[in-house]
Ligand binder design. Structure first.
Ligand code: ADP
Ligand code: MG
Length: 445
């Protein structure tokens, strides 16, 4: 793999590890100039940032690079001449087709997080509908729009999609996008530096305010106070407010009552965990963004095995990297190989004993644990046994030998075969997916 491709992959990985704003500011403009066994020379066309990048990101960059090259090279940062012909740095990280007359999105928005790249399914269609309505006429429909849900369900993506769309429709509008944490830091700094007037000017005069993870301000009195006034000022001037949170307003602890009632005065919508179909669609979109056609069967296999959408993207990146570094096609063997690894790496879920898994599977199929452990090989016993192997292996990371011992002394090839069988079936068989979900609910609650 050449240094350019390698660096694209490393950057894609780094992008997932730090905030979008930091990535855009510091790392997106870097280039791997040279790589030897012990030195990696990294170029940056903003000489003023080099010290900062080195101080903040040396370890992270080194760790990430090493995970792909397997040799811990020392990093050397080098200023690049600022080229007037900006072509070199204007090339997108991954070649994505773009229409010609696009309006450059502001750097604080991730350029992938658009409506076009957002897949819609039953778990998020309400939120999507509301978001598009707000994007069409900011300030006029739902205000505030409050999106809530668990990690990785697409809150940030959808919120930024509104931002992109608002700017595209009306480039003159002033919008602010920040996280609850950034808002908090900003106000604390303003109080410390006695620049609250500037702070107020900045936030209260915006046409649309997007605050991601607003729950962060709960319990912080001065911040909530300032936010309350900011909120009112924007709303009174006809501006739009969009907020996201991990919980609905009524469940956010230590949130001031007057803020809660403001939040509830608009529209709050939850985004549920993505189902199998949506996970498949997300994978296909993410692969396409990276210029790769992922076969639908492979996407399904991955979607069936990985529930967390953030993890989906991580695994996808690993697949692309492996395929490039080893120069092999993205096929079923590669995907299974990676899944095997990622399954092994999944953290062990604490507190669940092997016996619990056995009992959960037995109860689910109306069998006695002794029947599952026993030697009879009837079909109605064989499948639950394989499901048990699968759950132990993929959810609990139990070593093959231990599974064998627990289930009546079976040898490891039997276990491997069983796990593989279920992994294959997961991508095509609705019934098996349901069974596994049911058992996992019993086990993990
Ligand atoms: P949250 O803010 O809810 O934790 P994010 O918006 O950061 O989640 O989403 C996590 C990742 O999953 C992002 O890469 C995002 O693009 C992707 N993602 C989530 N939902 C969707 C979707 N419906 N369509 C496309 N990508 C999605
Ligand atoms: Mg988020």
């Amino acid at each position: 793999m050449n240094t350019e491709t390698l660096w694209q992959i490393v950057l894609a990985d780094l992008e997932l590890q730090i905030t979008k704003a930091s990535f855009q500011t510091f790392l997106s403009q870097t280039k791997l100039l040279e790589l030897t066994q012990d030195t990696a020379i990294i170029g940056c066309n903003q000489p003023l940032l080099i010290n900062l990048i080195e101080k903040r990101y040396y370890d992270l960059i080194q760790k990430t690079l090493t995970s792909y090259t397997k040799t811990a090279a020392k990093l050397v940062f080098k200023a690049l001449p600022v080229i007037s012909d900006k072509k070199v740095f204007d090339e997108p990280l991954f070649k994505v087709k773009q229409s010609l007359n696009i309006i450059t999105p502001p750097p604080y928005l991730n350029h992938y997080y658009t409506f076009e790249n957002f897949a819609v399914s039953s778990s998020n269609h309400m939120a999507y509908a509301a978001a598009t309505a707000v994007a069409k006429s900011p300030g006029a429909s739902y205000n505030p729009l409050f999106l809530y849900g668990g990690v990785g369900v697409g809150k940030t993506h959808l919120m930024q999609a509104i931002g992109h769309s608002v700017i595209k429709n009306n480039p003159k509008l002033k919008i602010i996008y920040c996280t609850g944490e950034e808002f908090t830091n900003d106000i604390i700094e303003a109080i410390g530096n006695k620049t609250t007037v500037a702070f107020k000017k900045k936030y209260r005069r915006t046409n649309a305010l997007f605050i991601d993870d607003i729950q962060f301000i709960a319990g912080k009195n001065a911040v909530q106070e300032e936010f309350f006034h900011t909120f009112n000022a924007i709303q009174q001037a006809g501006g739009q407010i969009v907020l996201t949170s991990d919980k609905p307003p009524e469940e956010i602890n230590k949130l001031e009552a007057r803020l809660r009632s403001r939040f509830e005065g608009g529209l709050s919508i939850d985004i549920g965990p993505p189902d199998f179909e949506l996970r498949t669609a997300i994978l296909l979109i993410k692969a396409k963004q990276r210029g790769v056609e992922l076969k639908i069967d492979l996407a399904k296999l991955l979607a069936a095995n990985i529930e967390n959408p953030r993890k989906l993207e991580g695994v996808l990146i690993r697949i692309l990297t492996e395929s490039q570094t080893r120069d092999v096609p993205i096929d079923i063997d590669l995907v299974k190989n990676i899944l095997g690894k990622s399954i092994k790496e999944m953290p062990k879920k604490n507190g669940v004993r092997l016996e619990d898994a056995l009992n959960a599977v037995a109860t689910y199929f109306n069998l006695k644990p002794s029947q599952i452990k026993g030697i009879r090989r009837d079909r109605n016993l064989a499948r639950p046994r394989q499901i048990l192997y699968y759950i132990m292996r993929s959810e609990l990371n139990v070593p093959l030998a231990d599974i064998g011992n627990l289930v009546g002394g079976r040898d490891h090839t039997t276990i491997i075969h069983g796990v593989k069988k279920i992994t294959d079936l997961l991508s095509t068989n609705e019934q098996i997916r349901g069974d596994i979900m049911g058992i996992k609910n019993k086990l993990f609650g």
